[in-house]
Ligand binder design. Structure first.
Ligand code: Z5A
Length: 203
């Protein structure tokens, strides 16, 4: 597979969507074949699962929540991500399997090994070449948010466990991650992220 798979992770309001847009525009202007996508979602089926997952009217038990994220991921990987990587594109994905470890594992309390096994099944073992973690205090991220859904309206301690969870994942796989202080301005976050992408592309 000749493409480059980049994922962007972080707590709510970290600036993932903003960075994804800035990076993809820059790389496209540079002439690269870039596919921008996000989880949960990516095609009609996965978008439908996203609506179920984020709707505050749905009372979803933790195991069902995990399995729905993994079902959406399996569909996303087969229909969007793998075909793009196979043709040599740069895929920039706003959230991926680390989100399940951070949210359903570290924050909800589901056993991490179970999640790793399900992640592996859903992704066919696909791992990002580079994961950019946008790290910032939970209070700042939540203050940037304009709308709340079933998951973002959880208590502040839930969001703190997510942040700590991400930092634990980084410690276990430091070579895959670049951690950027996302409390800085958009331009500075973008500058650091672009530097990381360029160094990964030229490896
Ligand atoms: N989830 C899960 O539990 N398990 C999983 O496996 C997966 C996901 C894949 C997806 O919702 C939810 O699903 C999410 C995790 C869970 N939980 N929640 N809630 P989503 O995709 O709709 O939500 P999100 O990923 O958290 O996105 P977000 O809240 O929109 O945040 P963001 O994309 O990181 O931020 P943004 O939209 O780029 O920026 C937010 C605002 O801040 C906006 O006004 C920007 O202009 C501003 N901003 C951005 N960067 C900056 C900087 N650097 N300085 C100042 N202001 C900034």
């Amino acid at each position: 597979m000749s493409g480059l798979f980049i994922t962007i992770e972080g707590i709510e309001g970290a600036g993932k969507t903003t960075l994804t847009k800035l990076l993809s525009e820059h790389l496209k202007n540079d002439g690269a074949d870039v596919v921008v996508t996000a989880e949960p979602g990516g095609d009609t089926l996965a978008d439908g699962i996203r609506k179920l997952l984020l709707d505050s009217k749905n009372a979803i038990c933790d195991r069902a929540e995990l399995l729905l994220f993994e079902a959406a991921r399996a569909q996303h990987v087969d229909k969007v991500i793998l075909p793009a990587l196979e043709r040599g594109a740069i895929v920039i994905c706003d959230r991926f399997s680390d989100s399940s470890l951070a949210y359903q594992g570290y924050a909800r309390g589901i056993d991490l090994e179970t999640i790793e096994t399900l992640n592996n099944f859903a992704t066919r073992g696909l791992k990002p070449d580079l994961t950019i973690l946008l790290d910032l205090p939970v209070e700042l991220g939540l203050a940037r948010q304009t709308a709340r859904d079933r998951i973002s309206s959880e208590q502040i301690n839930f969001h703190r466990r997510i942040r700590e969870g991400y930092l634990s994942i980084v410690r276990s796989e430091p070579e895959r991650f670049v951690v950027i202080d996302a409390s800085g301005c958009e331009k500075e976050v973008f500058r650091q992220a672009l530097e990381a992408v360029i160094s990964r592309r030229t490896r």
